[in-house]
Design a protein around this ligand. Structure first.
Ligand code: KG4
Ligand code: ZN
Length: 344
């Protein structure tokens, strides 16, 4: 079964084709970074318009790369939510229309389920059940995954998501959008000893997170540091040291909660997914901690951590081959709790 996957929930147009036996046949991502950079963040209307421009040409490109035509496609999967409503509607309208024209089933995919299943696209993949740490620009969640569609939320962020905290902190330090990867890069040059940031909510029981205080901590540290620095070199060092302290605090907090979730559930398989799981230090620390716990960490290659069509094609394939599909009704679900998904 060849499934076309369409991802347009935010600022990346991701298109892919997944085949049940042969795996991922082609995947392409068009990033809107340059479009939004001048505004310091995603402008929803510009995002929607760009998805309109890019989706069909990218579909032609992945079909060509796979050596397929529309008549070889057996199902269409599109991201229906959560995300920006206008952006989602582009993928939903194009995906549903193509499925109708090709007379194949369509399936509305939950963006976070896509992220959660992305590690299963890799050669070496975990088996169910496992724990998932989902860390993206909009979500930070620890989920107990029994099987596809059997999700139990163990904990989540009460305010900013981990990626959002990265992006906001990067912005206040004067780094260009999208800030997360830029902040992580700057942290590479930082001194881990100079500043000690708090590890929010780790001193109390539970698996929830709170990251918004860290950005304020970073801002205060920056302001007081700037009063002491005399030259450009000192300011550059100050920013790198803050970036390092911030990254260490986020990574440490995530790692502490993952260890707690593993001990609480007794499940020693942990998958890491979502944009922030591309973070090198987070990947390394989670891998080590899971080894210490006698278990194992799994994560996709970095290009499948951030938004892409491959994870949508794969999640859609899983549900289509189990017999699920959409009616002719379609729509965007900007807010869509993952627990509402039907079990497989
Ligand atoms: O999953 P994703 O591509 O989009 C959403 O579903 O939100 O995640 C994007 C988020 C952004 O906040 C971005 O700054 C963050 O992931 N991110 C990173 C890194 N790469 C992407 N954060 C920290 N370190 C990175 N290397
Ligand atoms: Zn995402």
């Amino acid at each position: 079964m060849n499934v076309l996957g369409i991802e347009t929930s935010c600022d990346e147009t991701g298109i892919a084709i997944y085949h049940g036996g042969r795996g991922l046949l082609a995947h392409r991502v068009h990033s809107q970074i340059t479009l939004h950079a001048g505004y310091g963040g995603v402008v929803p209307e510009l995002a929607s318009r760009d998805h309109i421009r890019k989706t069909l040409p990218l579909i032609s490109a992945v079909l060509g790369e796979s050596g397929l035509t529309g008549s070889d496609i057996d199902g269409v999967a599109y991201t229906s939510g959560p995300g920006l409503v206008g952006a989602l509607l582009v993928g939903a309208a194009i995906g549903r229309s193509l499925a109708w024209a090709w007379q194949v089933p369509a399936i509305a995919v939950h963006h976070m389920e896509g992220h959660l299943l992305a590690p299963l696209l890799e050669g070496e993949a975990p088996t169910f059940p496992f724990i998932a740490l989902l860390v993206s620009g909009g979500h930070t969640q620890l989920v107990a995954v029994e099987h596809i569609g059997h999700y139990r939320l163990l904990g989540e962020s009460l305010d900013d998501a981990a990626g959002e905290a990265f992006d906001k902190t990067a912005k206040l330090m004067g780094l260009a959008y999208p800030g997360g990867p830029a902040l992580a890069k700057l942290a590479e040059q930082g001194d881990p000893q100079r500043f000690q940031f708090p590890r929010p909510m780790t001193d109390r029981p539970g698996l929830d997170f709170s990251f918004s205080g860290l950005k304020t901590f970073a801002l205060n540290t920056l302001h007081s540091g700037l009063q002491q620095e005399q030259d450009a070199e000192g300011v550059a060092r100050l920013k790198a040291d803050i970036a390092r302290a911030f990254e260490d605090a986020v990574v440490d907090t995530l790692v502490i909660k993952c260890r707690r979730a593993v001990r609480q559930t007794g499940n020693k398989n942990l998958i890491l997914a979502g944009g922030v799981s591309a973070n090198r230090r987070l990947r390394e620390r989670i891998r080590k901690v899971m080894e210490e716990e006698g278990g194992r960490a799994w994560y996709p290659r970095p290009e499948l951590c951030t938004d892409n069509g491959a994870m949508i094609a794969y999640a859609g394939w899983q549900r289509l081959q189990a017999g699920q599909s959409e009616t002719m009704q379609f729509g965007a679900r900007p807010r869509w709790p993952m627990e509402e998904l039907p079990a497989l």
